[in-house]
Design a protein around this ligand. Structure first.
Ligand code: 2AM
Ligand code: CA
Ligand code: CA
Ligand code: CA
Length: 272
């Protein structure tokens, strides 16, 4: 049974509250005000309302912590305290197209002991408002789906593996690199999937639905919670060179031990 900490309870309450707002807004997407941040990069009233709800909830519970929000950017707190890294709606493109696959991602990152910047991610939660699934993890306390312990997949062969990815789109990612990796991988695997929420991709690697995941050009709020989830579920996350950090955004590769190392070799070879 999971011993849910006070911190996870706070995060989960914020995510569930924002999630029920998203569910309401999802029923009325034709009335949502949408603006454009860049090429193919949309933000809606739903992203903003979700972020505001999360902010209000977290701030009430942890008033001196800092924040890194996708929409509002960085908000400094007491430099000795952790910060929350928040994606209020991961999968906006799905959301705006009526595709029921999106999530809220919230992570906690500790300040470095030397006072220079940010260090380990120690807690994370990814909430899917459509399925009401709450994936969460705490450093050294495991990864969980509600009160069920998560383990990465035990499949060990590429030809029985389903691998998730994010495909480059307008103004985002390098289609040449992606295509090289795809051509190397596709003939060897049971399937490749692209559902459009990096946070849920990682939660699904942690829960053993996918054997692996690769993407590029992401942001801290897409992956900070998901990287901890995968690691606490016994998996591995790195950049494409195999280096490991608190989280990975510009390049990310995740999987169980065997598949992570197979994917790493394959990516290195494909990009030679
Ligand atoms: P977002 O929905 O929070 O913006 C999917 O590959 C990842 O890329 C998602 O985590 C998504 O996060 C991000 N992304 C940003 N802009 C996107 C776009 N126009 N299309 C698809 N994904 C986008
Ligand atoms: Ca976005
Ligand atoms: Ca995102
Ligand atoms: Ca988002």
């Amino acid at each position: 049974m999971a011993a849910i900490s006070g911190l996870i309870r706070v995060i989960e309450k914020a995510a569930r509250k924002a999630g029920s707002r998203l569910r309401r807004d999802f029923g009325e997407i034709e009335h949502l005000q949408v603006s454009r941040k860049g090429p193919a990069d949309f933000v809606s009233k739903a992203d903003q309302a979700s972020e505001r709800t999360i902010w209000d909830e977290l701030r009430a519970a942890r008033p001196d912590w800092g924040y890194l929000f996708e929409e509002a950017g960085e908000i400094e707190g007491d430099p000795r305290m952790p910060r929350f890294i928040v994606d209020p709606l991961d999968g906006t493109t799905n959301f705006l197209h009526g595709i029921p696959h999106f999530a809220i991602s919230i992570a906690v990152q500790e300040p470095r002991l030397d006072g220079n910047g940010w260090g380990e991610v120690t807690a994370g939660l990814i909430y899917n408002p459509v399925t009401d699934e709450s994936y969460w993890a705490e450093k050294a306390r495991g990864a969980w789906l509600q009160d069920r312990r998560l383990r990465v997949s035990s499949r060990r062969h590429l030809d029985e593996s389903v691998i998730a990815t994010g495909i480059p789109f307008a103004g985002h990612g390098d289609p040449g690199q992606w295509t090289k990796i795809y051509h190397a991988l596709a003939p060897q695997v049971a399937g490749i999937r692209r559902f459009g929420s990096a946070a849920l991709d990682l939660a699904w690697v942690a829960s053993g639905r996918y054997e692996g995941f690769w993407e590029a050009d992401l942001k801290p709020w897409d992956t900070a919670a998901g990287c901890l989830l995968v690691r606490e579920a016994g998996g591995f996350v790195s950049d494409w060179k195999g280096r490991s950090g608190p989280y990975h955004d510009t390049e990310i590769l995740a999987g169980n031990d065997v598949l992570h190392s197979r994917l790493h070799k394959l990516v290195v070879n494909a990009l030679k």
